[in-house]
Design a protein around this ligand. Structure first.
Ligand SMILES: O=C(O)CCC(=O)C(=O)O
Ligand SMILES: [Fe+2]
Length: 265
């Protein structure tokens, strides 16, 4: 799926017809073309407000699905039923909660990138603009080569832990059914209360991003060369506060060593 050119449509089908089409390669009935792919991602009852919950939307199936005790019951956020056609690829994105992705039937390739590779992924919000991760356009995305790819293939019965903020890209190698479970690992107030999908940035992060946007707009009052200069100074402040404390390797080694030592504390 391509979120940049939106090569997909949202449609409603009876469940048995959806499963039939998702599991076949060529369709006699179709929306766009005879070899189109299908993807189901379950939603909450009131999909604008409520997170998906397998036990509410698919109670019969939920009896077969037991979540390991990896978190306290009050940390539970959502359980999402997913069905994919063979070949369906979901763009690289991050979610803001810890996640267990359970493969029930079919095989799925999952490629992960660390949050520390954020600057190599050409993000547009929570998604990477590098759609073809296997043959990326390196003229457009030269820094993508610096991102470290972690890859696995989920077989039926496998569970993958995807920590919050870890980027993931999925490719169904066969028609398959899965469930993923999101849970809150930060205090409940850290999360956006109006987020049924589990992908809105934590409230403090959203506020910080808004403030940065405002700061950049403030620079518009100055001539271009001043905007450039003060933009660079802002980058330096951000680098000092974030990259250095999170990971020494990310530090700009051109910083004076005295400053560098101080930043490690
Ligand atoms: O399995 C998929 O197709 C996508 C999974 C995903 O994005 C998730 O579990 O957060
Ligand atoms: Fe996800």
């Amino acid at each position: 799926m391509d979120f940049l050119h939106k090569n997909f449509v949202y449609k409603t089908l009876p469940f048995n017809e959806f499963v039939k089409r998702a599991s076949e390669k060529q369709h006699s009935d179709f929306f766009l073309c005879e070899d189109e792919s299908y993807y189901l991602r379950s939603l909450g009852g009131d999909f604008r407000k409520e997170p998906a919950d397998l036990s509410k939307q698919f109670p019969d199936l939920a009896e077969d699905f037991h979540i390991p005790q990896f978190f306290e019951p009050d940390q539970f956020f959502s359980s999402i039923f997913r069905i994919s056609s063979c070949g369906l690829q979901l763009w690289t994105h991050y979610d803001v909660m810890d996640n267990l992705l359970a493969q029930v039937t079919g095989r799925k390739r999952v490629v992960l990138y660390s949050p520390q590779d954020a600057l190599h992924l050409y993000l547009a919000g929570d998604k990477s603009e590098v759609l073809d991760i296997d043959a990326p356009d390196l003229k457009r995305f030269p820094a993508f080569v610096k991102a470290t790819r972690h890859e696995c293939v989920l077989e039926p019965g496998d569970l993958l832990f995807i920590p919050a903020l870890w980027f993931h890209n999925t490719l169904a190698l066969e028609f398959g059914v899965g469930v993923n479970v999101f849970w809150r690992h930060l205090p409940v107030n850290s999360y956006d209360r109006k987020d049924p999908y589990g992908n809105k940035d934590p409230v403090a992060a959203a506020r910080a991003l808004q403030a940065l946007d405002k700061a950049l707009k403030t620079l518009d009052e100055l001539p271009a060369d001043y905007q450039d200069f003060y933009g660079r100074r802002m980058i330096q402040l951000i680098q000092k506060r974030t990259l250095c404390s999170a990971n020494r390797q990310d530090c700009d080694t051109t910083l004076p060593s005295s400053q560098f030592t101080k930043l490690q504390t």
